[in-house]
Ligand binder design. Structure first.
Ligand SMILES: *Cc1c(COP(=O)(O)O)cnc(C)c1O
Length: 355
């Protein structure tokens, strides 16, 4: 239900850049559609929603987001359905999480309908940018950042909400070799790991770089107290198949509550597959790989979709999972979710928001 209706001022780009793009050769996050959306939070309210040609914006070097990190984002995707309509996948879930991130970072709420309508209007204008290929979509990046030009640690009095879009192909093109991180932490108790705060990703870069130097594609983050429990996989949630059950870490303040995770758990439950959301000890996973109880492990997220893990490194030892190419559930879940997202299966959950 739409309660707040939005008045968006639209200035169209004179020329489209679409002909310069090779849709068969997309690098994730490098290509932007012709338009972007910008809105300002001033004097205690959101105003001046506008769609304009994608391009640079001018800002003071003193804006507080650059100094104190009041900045966060969202990530979701638009698809061209089999019948030609355009859909955004579960945008109200992202709207809800957007406001959870905003609350934790002491930033203003954006009414969910304004978030979704902003996205719908922008996707509509640039809908020819939606790739019509399997495993491809239009990635949507909403974000908010503090714009008050003042050096002093306090909540900013002004903010910008922006949305960018761009066509993407698969984020990962192979099965992953991942490392259990036992030194660094992505998030801590009482922190803001559950928020898509820019700073969380800054803190993850050095550990990820070190792991890459050791030959790993991604990190399995563990709890910051003991490094004994599994939390996430890079910037994706993690799911294991253990003894025929789907097992995933229960969400808490150190774990980002993924929309993909939620969708997959709901699909698994609809199949009457046992689903457990609980603490998972690293030792349970490693022992389970050795004993054969752990049959599959995969990362799940909007960008990552469902990416199987082939091997896990822990304290110098490599634990090899069964061949992911033969993994039953990752492939079956991927197909079910894709059929839904591309409009080839009945959308019984109403997850496709038609633009
Ligand atoms: C975005 C993100 C996810 C996945 O969330 P989705 O809503 O499924 O895209 C998981 N973990 C982290 C840390 C993330 O940033």
């Amino acid at each position: 239900m739409v309660t707040d209706t939005l008045d968006i001022q639209i200035s169209r780009a004179e020329n489209s850049n679409i002909s310069q793009l090779d849709f068969n050769n997309l690098t994730f996050g490098k290509h932007f559609s012709d338009h972007m959306l910008v809105a300002d939070y001033e004097d205690g309210q959101w105003q001046n929603f506008r769609i304009l040609p994608y391009g640079e914006i001018s800002l003071s070097p003193a804006i507080s987001s650059l100094h104190y990190g009041q900045a966060f984002f969202e990530g979701l995707k638009a698809y061209k359905l089999a019948d030609g309509r355009v859909s955004v996948f579960r945008p109200y879930k992202n709207a809800e999480r957007f406001n959870k991130s905003a609350e934790r970072l002491c930033m203003p709420q954006l009414p969910e309908d304004l978030f979704v309508q902003s996205i719908a209007a922008l996707v509509d204008i640039d809908q020819q940018w939606i790739p019509e290929k399997e495993n491809h979509a239009l990635y949507i990046r909403p974000f908010m950042f503090a714009t008050e030009a003042a050096l002093g640690v306090h909540p900013s009095s002004s903010y910008k909400f922006c949305v960018l879009t761009g066509p993407v192909g698969p984020y990962f093109s192979k099965y992953l070799k991942v490392k259990v991180e036992t030194e660094y932490s992505r998030a801590c108790d009482g922190g803001f790991g559950f928020a898509k705060a820019a700073g969380n990703y800054a803190g993850s870069l050095l550990p990820a770089k070190k792991a890459a130097e050791e030959g790993f594609d991604q990190l399995i983050w563990t709890d910051s107290r003991e490094h004994a429990y599994v939390e996430e996989l890079g910037a994706a949630n993690i799911i294991f198949m253990i003894d025929g059950k789907m097992v995933t870490p229960s969400t808490r303040d150190t774990i980002l509550k993924g929309v993909t995770r939620d969708s997959i758990l709901e699909i698994a439950r609809s199949w009457n597959l046992p689903v457990e959301e609980r603490r998972i000890a690293v030792t349970e996973v490693l022992d389970g790989i050795k004993s054969g109880k752990v049959t599959e492990a995969f990362g799940v997220g909007t960008a990552a979709t469902i990416t199987p893990i082939a091997a896990i490194g822990f304290e110098g030892e490599i634990y090899t999972l069964p061949d992911p190419a033969k993994g039953e559930y990752a492939a079956k879940l991927r197909k079910t979710l894709d059929d839904l997202k591309y409009g080839r299966a009945a959308d019984t959950n109403n997850w496709n928001f038609i633009v």
